[in-house]
Design a protein around this ligand. Structure first.
Ligand code: HEM
Length: 503
């Protein structure tokens, strides 16, 4: 009786082996997903992926049905706007399943119809033109951030875990923008209710399931394990839903017929849309929680890379500080830097681009499915149904595009080479994804980052704490490429502006 399934298994393995046998790659990966699962388990998948592409070339077979692409020229075919290729089952593993059943979300939706239904009504809220209306929320959080750094660390040589504080800033900004309420991390200096810890804990498991989506059923979301651990909503989701309820109660208790209870935060926009338009019941929670999960850690990781790179390359830090000081002396940069002021600082812009290139926050390929009848990618035919993906880490280390020194921090690369080269380099960036499913929060993330980097570097001086005092820089890839060990000592800078303010 066992013979039939065994024969079927052998036949299907042989068939899947031959479907893509014309592609190079590690031998075992032709038969099983275990290698790519183990790369993620090692916390170092991004570096393994880069090494494999350097060995085998721009197209590498990562699994029986998974192919990784490294050539930035293929971005438009795979992710383009014309006929977008659908997201693979990688994303199924990421869907929230509070009671076992997946709840659709903008980020992870595989079905184009569901994605459109969720995205269309709210996309205007994320556009460049809406951005300025969110600026005051970033300002109020930056103000708290600076006050806390000043009070806790600037007056003695106490060690500050700047990496943790940048992450807390990124979460609190999103709380402000979305709900007009910070999560309270900056005020307390702590991960209130374990929101940050629980997201990272979940990613440690789901990142593994993305490589073998059936694991999600047999292990992570196995009904027996779920029963044992209880259903429960994540602390981040609970925070979001509590804010929605609060706002609804407030709305009921006022006679106002609109949702503009306090300015125009995201929640007021979401509730207004949900009241006017015919949207599915899960839409509101999908919108309210996606800002926290997609927009907080990502921005925190990006900021850590930026500060770590500047502090380990002091000549680039000095150059940036000179640019900021010159702008301030020309009255073109306020103590709480404004978005419009920071947009005209070319070296700041180059540093921000370079941080996103060198250490993109997402560290696994963005997987898509080749549509019928198949497609030629990097000169090789891929039959319909093949899963292909590009990792930003691999694409951003394309030597032909970014230069021989692409493994190291060099903001100057964004200021040299002429307009055409710069444009091609920008188009090769996958930091925020590409095409129809690219990041909706990109402008918001830039708004936060340009402002906070300029503000902090004008106000404080930072010294890295050396490894012998605990400053061990450590990077762990579980889809988010998290860092640890950005420890600093800081003090207020004696700029002419701060002197004048004191006098
Ligand atoms: C530096 C910070 C950020 C980075 C690096 C980043 C990166 C990305 C990437 C790579 C994707 C596409 C992933 C894929 O194709 O699988 C994405 C999608 C998305 N991001 Fe971001 N993101 C950032 C900040 C934000 C912020 C601040 C928000 C919200 C306020 C946000 C909301 C979203 C949403 C809703 C999507 C799904 C879009 C769709 O599928 O249509 N992100 N992000």
């Amino acid at each position: 009786a066992l013979a039939v399934p065994v024969v079927l298994l052998i036949l299907s393995t042989v068939r899947s082996y031959y479907r893509l046998s014309h592609l190079p790659g590690p031998f075992l990966a032709r038969f099983t997903n275990i290698p790519r699962f183990s790369w993620v388990l090692s916390n170092n998948a991004h570096n393994i992926h880069i090494a494999l592409h350097r060995r085998y070339g721009p197209i590498v077979r990562f699994g029986p049905n998974m192919v990784s692409i490294g050539d930035p020229n293929e971005i438009s075919q795979i992710y383009g706007f014309k006929k977008p290729w659908l997201k693979s089952d990688f994303y199924h593993a990421l869907l929230m399943k509070p009671s076992g059943k997946p709840v659709p979300g903008i980020f992870a939706a595989q079905d184009e119809e569901i994605h459109r239904t969720l995205k269309r009504p709210v996309s205007g809220a994320y556009s460049m033109s809406t951005l300025v209306s969110f600026e005051s929320y970033v300002d109020s959080t930056m103000d708290v951030f600076c006050t806390q750094l000043d009070a806790r660390f600037a007056h003695d040589s106490k060690i500050c875990d700047l990496g943790k504080w940048l992450q807390m800033f990124a979460f609190d900004v999103i709380g402000e923008l979305t709900f007009s309420k910070r999560l309270g991390f900056l005020e307390t200096g702590e991960d209130v209710n374990g929101v940050m810890g629980s997201i990272w804990g979940a990613f440690k498991q789901t990142s593994l399931a993305t490589q073998m989506p059936w694991l999600d059923f047999v292990w992570i979301n196995n009904p027996i394990r779920r029963f044992l651990r209880g259903n429960g909503v994540s602390p981040g989701g609970a925070f979001a839903m509590a804010r929605v309820q609060e706002r609804r109660d407030l709305h009921k208790s006022t006679d106002k017929n609109d949702w503009h209870i306090n300015e125009r935060d995201f929640l007021s926009r979401f509730l207004e849309i949900a009241a006017k338009e015919n949207v599915p019941p899960y839409a509101l929670s999908a919108w309210a929680s996606s800002n926290i999960t997609a927009g907080s850690d990502t921005t925190g990781i990006y900021l850590r890379t930026l500060f770590h790179s500047l502090l380990t390359h002091p000549h680039t830090l000095s150059k940036l500080v000179v640019e900021l000081d010159a702008a301030a002396s020309a009255a073109a940069l306020s103590p709480l830097a404004s978005w419009s002021q920071t947009r005209s600082l070319p070296y700041l812009d180059a540093c921000i681009k370079e941080a996103g290139r060198l250490h993109p926050p997402f560290g696994l390929p963005y997987e898509r499915v080749v549509p019928a009848p198949g497609a030629t990618v990097c000169g090789k035919w891929l039959p319909a149904g093949t899963v292909v993906g590009m990792s930003a880490w691999v694409a951003h280390r394309d030597k032909a595009l970014y230069g021989e020194d692409c493994d190291v921090w060099n903001p100057e690369r964004w200021l040299s080479g002429g307009e055409e080269v710069r444009r091609a380099r920008e188009n090769g960036l996958l930091t925020f994804g590409a095409g129809t499913r690219s990041c909706m929060g990109k402008h918001i993330a830039y708004l936060e980052m340009y402002k906070v980097v300029a503000t902090l570097l004008r106000r404080f001086e930072f010294d890295l704490v050396p490894p012998k005092e605990g400053g061990h820089w450590k990077v762990e890839n579980r889809w988010f490429v998290m860092q640890e060990g950005l420890l600093v000592r800081l003090r207020e800078r004696k700029t002419s502006a701060s002197q004048a303010e004191k006098e």
